[in-house]
Design a protein around this ligand. Structure first.
Ligand code: ITT
Length: 197
């Protein structure tokens, strides 16, 4: 089954491909007129709300096109830091682009509570139905920027299961087996293709 992922982030597409292909889904990034559509992200307190809003836009873009009967996927994610009351959370993109990773580490300078989590909400539209699933990856904000792989906040986030390594020091397979995106997408795959009873 083909799943059209509407996102401007190719790293997300690569991760989704790695997660969903072994489950029998073929993930493709949606391009319209040769470009990834630019979805508006509303300022909202909850990433669920942002994901649903993105999905509405994505579905309306495919209506009346060759893609209208395909499964359409969007996803919204963010880093939620305990000692910063969940900041940057839904503002993760803006914060990454403005103060960046070093800005986050400065905000946390001297902080002993380094607990944080990545959260992702995947939302899919298929045959008139909307399905959403949330994935969470608990861990810690590192003291330093480490690692070259991945993207976004990966170089400063250490998942609980990663033996002290940041996400940017994990292989793609290691990351997706424990990541917020991995859990959210596996959940959505079960909703799209429930096991026969
Ligand atoms: P979309 O086009 O799908 O919206 P995006 O990169 O804008 O792509 P989000 O708004 O969902 O994605 O992401 C919010 C921020 O969180 C952004 O700075 C991402 O780089 C970062 N982020 C999301 N998932 C991540 C992951 O798995 N590892 C590291 N950073 C991540």
């Amino acid at each position: 089954m083909r799943v059209l992922f509407v996102t401007g982030n190719q790293n997300k597409v690569a991760e989704a491909y790695g997660i969903l292909s072994p489950l029998g889904f073929y993930v493709e990034q949606l391009f319209i007129g040769g470009k990834a559509p630019n979805l508006v992200e509303p300022q909202a307190e909850e990433i669920e709300e942002i994901a649903k809003y993105k999905l509405e836009q994505a579905v309306s873009l495919t209506m009346g096109t060759e893609f209208e009967n395909e499964a359409v996927l969007v996803e919204d994610s963010g880093l939620f830091i305990d000692s910063l009351s969940g900041f940057p959370g839904p503002y993760s993109s803006f914060v990454k682009e403005t103060i960046g990773l070093s800005g986050i580490l400065s905000l946390m300078s001297g902080e002993t509570d380094r607990g944080a989590e990545f959260r992702a909400v995947a939302a899919v539209h298929f045959k008139g139905k909307i399905m959403t699933c949330t994935g969470v990856c608990r861990g810690f904000v590192s003291e330093n920027i480490s690692g070259d792989s991945g993207f976004g906040y990966d170089p400063i986030f250490i998942p609980e299961e990663a033996n002290g390594r940041t996400c940017a020091q994990l292989s793609p397979l290691e990351k997706s087996s424990i990541s917020h995106r991995g859990f959210a997408l596996k959940g959505v795959s079960e909703l799209l293709n429930p096991p026969s009873k």
